[in-house]
Design a protein around this ligand. Sequence first.
Ligand SMILES: NC(=O)c1ccc[n+]([C@@H]2O[C@H](COP(=O)([O-])OP(=O)(O)OC[C@H]3O[C@@H](n4cnc5c(N)ncnc54)[C@H](OP(=O)(O)O)[C@@H]3O)[C@@H](O)[C@H]2O)c1
Length: 338
Amino acid sequence: MRIILAGFGTVGQALAQVLHQDADRITQAYGFRPQITTIVDSQGSCSDDAGLDISLVLKTKKEYGTVARYPRKGRRNNDSAHIITNSEAEVVVETTPTNFKDAEPGLSNIKAALANGKHVVTANKGPLALAMPALLELANHRNRQLRFSGTVGGGTPFLDFAAKCMPGERIIRVRGILNGTTNYILTRMETASLTFEKALAEAQRKGYAEKDPTNDVEGFDTAAKIVIIANWVLKKRYSLRDLDITGITKITPQKLKQAKASNAKVKLIGRIEESSASVAPEQIPMADPTCVPDTLNALTFTTEHAGDITLIGPGAGGERTASAIVRDLVSIRQEYAT
Ligand SMILES: NC(=O)c1ccc[n+]([C@@H]2O[C@H](COP(=O)([O-])OP(=O)(O)OC[C@H]3O[C@@H](n4cnc5c(N)ncnc54)[C@H](OP(=O)(O)O)[C@@H]3O)[C@@H](O)[C@H]2O)c1
């Protein structure tokens, strides 16, 4: 299986490392060898049809900041959609930055890949948040796979659980915590009586929050995940603009104290109900299984006959997300002999 990797940051490099490390095990267990043949970053690309030397490409990225300096086969060409269109690889893995304005460059990369008969695995939520129904249709029309396990819950298989482990059962409602950054901030505001600004600064120092934290603290990241779950699990054709979204920037330590007095905590909750979906801070009873601390994620599926089922796990991280991408690559291979 030949792979084009668009984006070579935290997740892209973790994936390269995991595939390099696990190549023999994957070959033995699943009968195929995933090989990264092209990598694109913001400054350029490198390609080798025989498979890139992963140790060398990681060393090159570390030393020069771009894969364009890969010996002999590096180029200052970062036109990823063009590179995808002209490549013979079977799968595109999309790990460019999430952008909720126009979803680029991820959206063009995914469209180019599907239009040219390539399967897609994306960790990038932007294209799905803005255009998931259309992208699923395009994949279906082209008889190719579009997979996105790493977009929700990192390595914790929220999507696979709901889509694969409950055949015959009807999931009626979904609610929970889907963003580790805001959960960490709210936890620190409550346990150390920090203001929102101080807790955010601490999360940034620890690497849990990005320099521009808007997508997390304004609730867009949680909303994108709710859109993905709504489309994939509940077959609702939602996009980001269908949701009511409120973030956590107006939460004060006083509000958290009030909640504590009634044995509750304030959490940023994403919800999908029968005919609506939303993201907003809510008071959650401490005894509720979704009331998890720190950077954890927790999601409760309300089913028609089996009651409430809650999954808890870490929601992000380069290596965990890489693990979800590998799951998707194996699933693609199992469905199509590429
Ligand atoms: N980090 C996580 O824990 C996590 C978890 C789940 C999902 N995700 C999602 O996965 C994606 C990647 O996350 P990350 O943490 O790896 O981000 P990152 O470290 O910022 O890496 C992004 C990569 O995309 C490259 N890039 C930027 N613009 C590009 C362009 N126009 N063409 C080609 N490449 C371009 C960057 O190039 P340079 O290296 O040259 O800057 C970089 O290599 C994001 O969409 C994110 O939301 C991340």
